[in-house]
Design a protein around this ligand. Structure first.
Ligand code: PAF
Length: 281
């Protein structure tokens, strides 16, 4: 595996990988890799001849009071995992390579970015859309893989690829969970032992609300119970627990089409997100 940090080296290596029409998959990450990322890598290997993984903790997608400085960085461990998994290139640009002096472009979507995390984290999806567009232009992958844990992010990227006619196939993979059900996330490392136990209330509250709605309970009452359960387990603040159209993310008050139930709340200092599919009878 080659670890590359500058664009001319990346371009030359991608050109070499592509020789004889060979395909390339990209798994964009911010590092601190876990089994969720590794499942994306595995799927990338099934779908393309070569796999590139990017590790870049993107400052533009963090708000001023968020965890940019604290975000876990452990490139040596990550590189070892990627090497073992048969990755061809680790693309790990510096901030100066990604955003050289004078950088002035911002990719901003309306619609799908407006609610949920878009409302709770102003500017977050501009940062995501801008860096993902740059990563696509840098690596020029045939296929790019993202986890459904960041469901709104996946929806935003799908929309952006359609809107900008980007020549890349987007593949979303189901959320990987710990045995007890907590969604895997690099941010789980911030949780204390006690917070880690209480955090389980998030997947459980969403799971219970899904069961109730699919049995015919009203959306409002199921959401209210889920919010109460999170509050009882010490989540504070609760940014949202909302049922949305699975494709457009428009809020839903009646379960009459395929939906996604999404939640975001803070446990101690750690903001956790999770989501599950909810299907009408
Ligand atoms: O999901 C992430 O890790 C990041 O948001 C991404 C897609 C790598 C963009 O920085």
């Amino acid at each position: 595996m080659q670890t590359l940090r500058d664009l001319p080296a990346l371009r030359a290596s991608i050109l070499a990988l592509r020789r004889d029409g060979k395909s390339v998959a990209l798994v964009p990450t911010m590092g601190a890799l876990h089994d969720g990322h590794m499942a994306l890598v595995e799927e990338g290997r099934r779908r393309a001849k070569h796999v590139v993984v990017s590790i870049f903790v993107n400052p533009r997608q963090f708000g001023p009071n968020e965890d940019l400085d604290a975000y876990p960085r452990r490139e040596a461990t990550d590189a070892h995992m990627l090497q073992e998994a048969g990755v061809d290139i680790l693309w790990a640009p510096t901030v100066d390579v990604m955003y050289p002096a004078g950088f002035s472009t911002n990719i901003s979507l309306s619609g799908v970015t407006e609610g949920l995390d878009g409302a709770a984290r102003p500017g977050h999806f501009d940062g995501v859309a801008t860096v993902v567009t740059k990563l696509f232009n840098q690596v020029q992958p045939d296929v790019a893989l993202f986890g459904e844990k960041d469901y709104q992010q996946l929806t935003v990227i799908r929309q952006m690829v359609i809107d900008l006619n980007l020549p890349v196939e987007i593949v979303g993979l189901p959320t990987q969970r710990a045995e007890d059900g907590l969604a895997l996330s690099s941010r789980n490392t911030y949780l204390t032992e006690e917070e880690r136990k209480q955090a389980l209330a998030l997947p459980r509250a969403l799971g219970e609300a899904k069961r109730q709605m699919e049995k015919g309970a009203s959306v409002d009452s199921a959401l209210a119970k889920a919010i109460a359960m999170l509050a009882n387990h010490g989540f504070d603040p609760i940014d949202y627990v909302t049922l949305c159209d699975a494709a457009t993310l428009e809020p839903m008050t009646v379960l009459d089409r395929p939906a996604r139930l999404l939640g975001a709340a803070k446990m101690g200092g750690t903001r956790l997100i999770d989501n599950i599919a909810v299907d009408p009878a």
